[in-house]
Design a protein around this ligand. Structure first.
Ligand SMILES: Cc1cc2nc3c(=O)[nH]c(=O)nc-3n(C[C@H](O)[C@H](O)[C@H](O)COP(=O)(O)OP(=O)(O)OC[C@H]3O[C@@H](n4cnc5c(N)ncnc54)[C@H](O)[C@@H]3O)c2cc1C
Length: 371
């Protein structure tokens, strides 16, 4: 049995940020990352990375330019509401679109440079003892961080079930030639037919785009219906490498328990219910978990408090916005208001892709744009 100060399960954005933050908080800390995959590995995703996620990583000493090298920033965003209201504007800062096979490998390599060790290992069993946490009878840890994604084994070991089907989305994505007229534009098209549901096209800058379609699991869609949704909203795209994956939305996030086991990223159901954005939350929660990991049995409580201080208000606002957006006319009004006013557009983007709030300005403008 090997002992480590911190064991991180999962080397995706949450796990990599966590490992880097744990070493930064206390440079002598012995940190082991376990991942079932060999890197580089693919991750089903839209590949859209908010600038705020890169800011978090820069704060951990990981150079954003090295993460996005070769992939030009995407300056504009086009939004179409279920009823057809369209807003297209420059974003306050360009977004990055980098295939996750590339981005996650670069990020994990950056995190390992801080002195973390990586092993390929499929975690199956976690047992919590008063003084340590045991993993598969092979490792013990002072603190264990579950950054093992949407189907987290660590979360299950804590006795926390999956999100309810109406707080869980499923999406399919592939790579296709960039649809005409979308160079330099991230496109998000909502569907009036099976709302809440939407398709996206995010350009990689080399003539290809990541395209996909998602909706709530409670809608009961199978693979063929997801593909039909994609074809309805982005007619004529012929994507390859099609794969689907689930998105545990923050509206169903569990309470972080006290103790030596922390959950970060998708394992903690930290995905924006309005947009499916999860990378910003993953690196932010990973960084906070890493900073708390040196606190032993107090780590769970310290981390829960830090998460609440940093994201609590935003998560309440995005949940409220997601709840009201069930009425598609609310989205029509919000996107109509965003089309008319750059400041409202910026507020909407900040709420959907980072840590923004439902501002009085946006609520007033949306009220004026009700049809
Ligand atoms: C179709 C789709 C589109 C999306 N589009 C976007 C987007 O454009 N922008 C955005 O910000 N977010 C998007 N998301 C959400 C985003 O992909 C996730 O929020 C993000 O990957 C979460 O990072 P993570 O580190 O928590 O988990 P992951 O990236 O899933 O990493 C988890 C890691 O844990 C490892 N692992 C899992 N189980 C075990 C185990 N038992 N033992 C050892 N290792 C294990 C895996 O191999 C993996 O490397 C999308 C999601 C989907 C499904």
């Amino acid at each position: 049995m090997e002992h480590w100060d911190v064991v991180v399960v999962g080397g995706g954005p949450a796990g990599a940020a966590c490992a880097a933050a744990a070493r930064r908080a206390a440079p002598g800390t012995r940190v082991l990352v376990l991942d079932r995959a060999d890197f580089p590995r693919d991750k089903v995703c839209g590949d859209g990375i908010a600038p705020e996620a890169l800011d978090v990583l820069a704060g951990l000493g990981i150079d954003p330019a090295a993460l996005t090298d070769g992939y030009p920033g995407v300056p504009r965003l086009r939004l179409r509401s279920p009823g057809g209201a369209t807003a297209e504007r420059a974003m306050h800062r360009p977004a990055a679109v980098v295939p996750r096979a590339v981005f996650d490998h670069r990020l994990l390599t950056g995190a390992l440079a801080s002195g973390t060790e990586l092993r390929r290992h499929v975690v199956r069993r976690v047992v919590v003892h008063p003084q340590h946490v045991e993993v598969d009878g092979s490792f013990t840890a002072g603190v264990l961080v579950g950054a093992d994604g949407a189907e987290s084994v660590v979360r299950r070991a804590l006795g926390i079930g999956p999100n309810r089907d109406d707080r869980l989305a499923v999406a399919i994505r592939g790579y296709a030639p960039e649809p005409p007229g979308t160079a330099g534009v991230q496109v998000i098209l909502a569907s009036g037919q099976r709302w809440p549901a939407y398709a996206w096209s995010f350009p990689l800058g080399d003539g290809r785009a990541n395209v996909g379609y998602g909706e709530l699991v409670s809608g009961g869609a199978n693979r063929a219906e997801l593909l039909a949704g994609l074809d309805r909203l982005l007619p004529g795209v012929r994507p390859e490498q099609l794969r689907a994956h689930r998105l545990p939305l923050s509206t169903g996030r569990p309470r972080q328990p006290d103790g030596r086991v922390l959950l970060a990223g998708d394992a903690a159901s930290l995905i924006n219910p309005l947009t499916g954005e999860g990378i910003f939350y993953a690196v932010l929660s990973g960084a906070l978990a890493g900073a708390a990991a040196g606190r032993g049995a107090e780590a769970g409580a310290v981390y829960r408090k830090a998460l609440r201080a940093r994201l609590g208000r935003h998560l309440r606002h995005s949940s409220t916005a997601a709840w009201t957006s069930r009425w598609s006319r609310v989205m029509d009004a919000a996107f109509g208001a965003a089309a008319a006013d750059q400041a409202v557009f910026d507020d909407v983007v900040h709420l959907g892709l980072a840590d923004g709030r439902l501002t009085g300005r946006t609520l007033a403008a949306a009220a004026r744009h009700r049809r």
